[in-house]
Design a protein around this ligand. Structure first.
Ligand SMILES: CC(C)(COP(=O)(O)OP(=O)(O)OC[C@H]1O[C@@H](n2cnc3c(N)ncnc32)[C@H](O)[C@@H]1OP(=O)(O)O)[C@@H](O)C(=O)NCCC(=O)NCCS
Length: 185
């Protein structure tokens, strides 16, 4: 199955391959990156290899898609973004994203997500044209909430103690973006 790739002003959004194993390992071995994830900090390269295989198999089975975020100057993977799942029938998808901390607060996640959202609403992905994109965040993940709000997502509510992470229950905040609310630049 062909893999849709995109470019933005500063970034390439491309397939994650086995040659990205070191960068994926570095990304997910940062406690700051996995703080709000249901993932333990990676301590072995095999975990990165396994995650890359999971991304590949999700794409091959048309269950979702994950791109590498690469600055054009280096081509090195500095983060990932994509749709963890989608429903072609219901025309919605759940978005996810992460970036190495040394690249935070430069608008990179917002730039990458804008492009994949544009593609999803335009029907350029294997799931067909979507009507709605959703995201969930754990309260406290202010950077993630800001990214969503900058893109036009609206906060839709809280699910109480919906997530069990590292030994305790956490609420989850729900955000949604409708195609009709999305403003192309
Ligand atoms: C979420 C994440 C991808 C954002 O990436 P990013 O490229 O830094 O995002 P952007 O620069 O586009 O936007 C971040 C915004 O949050 C703001 N911000 C960051 N930390 C903040 C804080 N502690 N308090 C208030 N605002 C904060 C930034 O100032 C920026 O807003 P601005 O553009 O109005 O100045 C990154 O923080 C990350 O990888 N986090 C760990 C993984 C994660 O939690 N993923 C999301 C799971 S739901």
């Amino acid at each position: 199955m062909s893999f849709p790739e995109f470019r933005t002003k500063r970034l390439w959004l491309t397939k994650i391959t086995s040659s990205d194993v070191e960068s994926i390992f570095e990304l997910f071995s940062s406690p700051d990156v996995v703080k709000y994830y249901d993932l333990e900090v990676f301590n072995e390269r095999a975990q990165a290899e396994q995650l890359i295989r999971l991304f590949e198999s999700r794409h091959e089975s048309s269950l979702g898609i994950r791109w590498a975020i690469r600055p054009k100057e280096t081509g090195q993977l500095i983060g990932t973004c994509g749709f963890n799942s989608w429903s072609e029938k219901m025309r919605n998808a759940t978005i996810g994203y992460d970036l190495k901390p040394e690249y935070w607060n430069r608008g990179i996640a917002t730039e990458a997500l804008f492009e994949i959202i544009r593609a999803a609403f335009a029907g350029l992905l294997p799931c067909g044209a979507l009507h709605r994109i959703q995201a969930d965040t754990i309260p406290g993940n202010v950077a993630s909430e800001k990214v969503l709000l900058k893109l036009g997502f609206k906060e839709e509510g809280t699910r109480r103690e919906c997530a069990y992470l590292r030994g305790s229950y956490h609420d989850m905040k729900y955000f949604g973006l409708l195609r009709t609310d999305f403003k192309e630049k």
